[in-house]
Design a protein. Sequence first.
Length: 169
Amino acid sequence: MPAKRANQNRPAARPRVPRTALRDYTYLDFVALYDLDQVCYPRGIAYSKRELRWFLSQAGALCIVAEIGSAIAGFLIADRENHVAHIITIDVAPAYRRRGVGTQMIREIERRLAALGVNEINLETAANSEAGTGFWLRHGYRTIGVMPGYYLGRQDALAMQKLLPDSRE
């Protein structure tokens, strides 16, 4: 009788995801980022091309693009003014969700913002999105208020915040 293999009773492993590379946005990414935003958010909440261009063109804008292989797996846009930043959007392609792409982008943007002297990051997330709220809570953000009708005048948002340690000390 053949010997049992040690891993015979282990659950099937998740398929390996190639390494995620994080880089800065370039204007050549615009169409892909716009298309991804349309996939990630419903009509009316997803940004128009004009809105997305506006956010990307702001003086304090930072945009990180996550690539896996040659595919854009996600992006994050933040804006900063002095010591306060605001996360405008985080988009992760459905095929790459729950694989650490969002976490890698959050860690990188927080690192960059802290290096620029930011000590407070704010954002909004849909109040009825358990996955979204859970994501932000796991990354140290806390709810500081509710914004009634924030999305399309009928869906509430949670205002969330994270205080960063001063990394310039």
